[in-house]
Design a protein around this ligand. Structure first.
Ligand SMILES: Nc1ncnc2c1ncn2[C@@H]1O[C@H](COP(=O)(O)OP(=O)(O)OP(=O)(O)O)[C@@H](O)[C@H]1O
Ligand SMILES: [Mg+2]
Length: 500
């Protein structure tokens, strides 16, 4: 039997929190039982991460009560929460890149023998925990050389080594492959059976039934409700609770007439990572790119964009051969790339929403001989995109790092849409984006192709690829495995090509 009782180990009541211009949480309640996975669901900016930061003492609430194992608590820092048995694994992992797994696992709380650090013991304990979780990987290389999934496991091991009874995971699967997700779920299930509780945040709705025991929904900083996860849990009802309305069509694909050839790639080769890729993108179409993680999808678009060196091959725009040596060349030709890793590649976190939105388009906003910025045009257009993408921000002058994760991603989208490019390449466009906002992004894609632009969309979500593409290109081990038309494409056919 599972060790899952009804004992409530964490209870929060009437939690409120405001930031300048934003009421992030309004009288929220929330509880976690021993040995359960409690899913926290809500739109981008609903207040999920803020509530978690309040639990671990990274933020202090303005009002409210937190009861941990029967006693009122207020942790003054995540370290204090960790000592009390609550650990948080952030999406942007918190390891020190140049230290090893063992060093990271015991960061800040080394085991000592007298005055000597007991490396042998720490190594033994780390290895033991990993073995218990059914894992093994190098303990002595700097963790920056490990995969994201492995780094995440080190964070879990670190939590367990400090006797965590509650582990908070904020969007843990958004950059993992299918296999890595399976692995993580196995680890979570095992720890559950040992009585560890989890708070689990994700925008991947299908994970709820797979891993969750209960779901609590927040909307606009308010508590909406808590439901048990059962076989026949009504997902549409959850979506209604979350966005406050019905979402009739998850993939509102519209079709535009296929126009002329827009982009043509011939024989693109990059070491043994990309081998002889040729394809054509037409105006008015969405060309989906499917494939397993590591199949070369991101490398391909980065090569087109001039972000990676190409060994061989040509790129043509409307029949004209391009000379792309750096991203700036691609941008000037009218090619935009929305990268998958937005934090690192997309934003200046310490600057405003307005600055970030117009960052790639300053040349277009310059007016007259003296190079003044046309501020009025800028403001008007920025507010258009904030509105379109439903970016949740008090104003366009807000500093981007204060936006929620999903809203930061929308700013990256806005930045490239602002630029008014002809070819728009989306790399995992809806990762970390809530269900309602996804639909808005799809509608924007519809508008773009109707204007005669061409879209390339990489996605690991097969329903998204099938739902939104006109044609689907499948990659496997750096090669083009095949191109399927919308009519012939099925999940099975795509997977077969992807693993060929
Ligand atoms: N330090 C801060 N300063 C100002 N505003 C903040 C700060 N932290 C969060 N907010 C605001 O509080 C609200 C809730 O943000 P939070 O990060 O909790 O959302 P979330 O539910 O985690 O969203 P996502 O799904 O996009 O990650 C947002 O409007 C956000 O902009
Ligand atoms: Mg968040």
């Amino acid at each position: 039997m599972e060790n899952r009782g009804s004992e409530v180990i964490l209870r929060m009541e009437g939690i409120s929190k405001s930031f300048p211009g934003v009421r992030a949480l309004k009288g929220v309640r929330f509880e976690v039982r021993r040995g359960e996975v409690h899913v926290l669901l809500g739109e981008n900016g609903a207040g999920k991460s803020t509530l978690m930061k309040i639990i671990v003492g990274a933020y202090q609430p303005d009002e409210g009560e937190i009861i941990w194992k029967g006693k009122p608590v207020r942790f003054s820092s995540p370290k204090e929460a960790q000592e009390a048995g609550i650990s948080i694994v952030y999406q942007e992992l918190n390891l020190i890149p140049h230290l090893t797994a063992v060093e990271n696992a015991f960061l800040g709380r080394p085991i000592t023998k007298g005055i000597i650090v007991d490396w042998k013991e720490m190594e033994r304990l780390t290895e033991e925990k990993l073995r218990e979780l059914g894992l093994s990987f190098p303990l002595y290389v700097p963790v920056k050389y490990l995969t994201t999934a492995q780094q995440q496991m080190i964070e879990i091991v670190r939590a367990l080594l400090s006797n965590a009874q509650l582990i908070i995971m904020d969007e843990p699967t958004s950059s993992l492959s299918e296999r890595e997700i399976r692995n993580l779920f196995q680890v979570i299930r095992y720890l559950k059976s040992q009585g560890v509780s989890f708070i689990y945040i994700s925008h991947r709705m299908e994970e709820i039934k797979e891993i969750g025991d209960r779901v609590t929904v927040l909307r606009d900083g308010e508590y909406i409700g808590t439901v048990d996860v059962t076989e026949d849990l009504d997902m549409d009802q959850l979506i209604r609770m979350m966005v406050g309305r019905e979402i009739k069509e998850k993939y509102p694909k519209e079709f535009a007439p296929r126009g002329e050839e827009l982009l043509r790639v011939e024989g693109l080769t990059c070491g043994d990572k990309l081998k002889d890729i040729s394809f054509t993108l037409y105006r008015g179409e969405v060309l989906g790119i499917a494939g397993l993680v590591g199949s070369g999808r991101t490398r391909l678009v980065r090569c087109i964009f001039g972000a990676e060196k190409v060994d061989k091959g040509e790129i043509y725009l409307e029949g004209r051969k391009l000379d792309i040596r750096a991203p700036w060349d691609a941008i000037r030709y009218g090619i935009a790339l929305l990268p998958e890793d937005r934090k690192v590649q997309g934003l200046v976190l310490n600057n405003t929403v307005r600055f970030n939105t117009t960052l790639a388009s300053l040349d277009k906003l310059i007016k007259g001989l003296f190079g003044f910025l046309d501020l009025r045009a800028e403001v008007k257009k920025v507010s258009y995109f904030i509105d379109k993408l439903k970016v949740k921000t008090p104003s366009m002058e807000q500093i981007v790092k204060y936006l929620s994760g999903g809203n930061q991603q929308k700013v990256v989208l806005a930045k490239w849409l602002f630029r008014d490019s002809e070819v728009i390449i989306f790399d995992e466009p809806t990762r970390g984006i809530d269900v309602g906002a996804k639909v808005e992004i799809y509608k924007l894609m519809n508008e773009l192709i109707k204007e005669g632009k061409g879209i390339i969309m990489i996605s690991s979500e097969l329903p998204e690829i099938l739902g939104m593409s006109d044609r689907i290109m499948v990659m496997s081990q750096g090669r083009l495995a095949g191109i399927l038309s919308k009519e012939e494409a099925t999940q099975e056919k795509i997977m077969k090509l992807a693993t060929s």
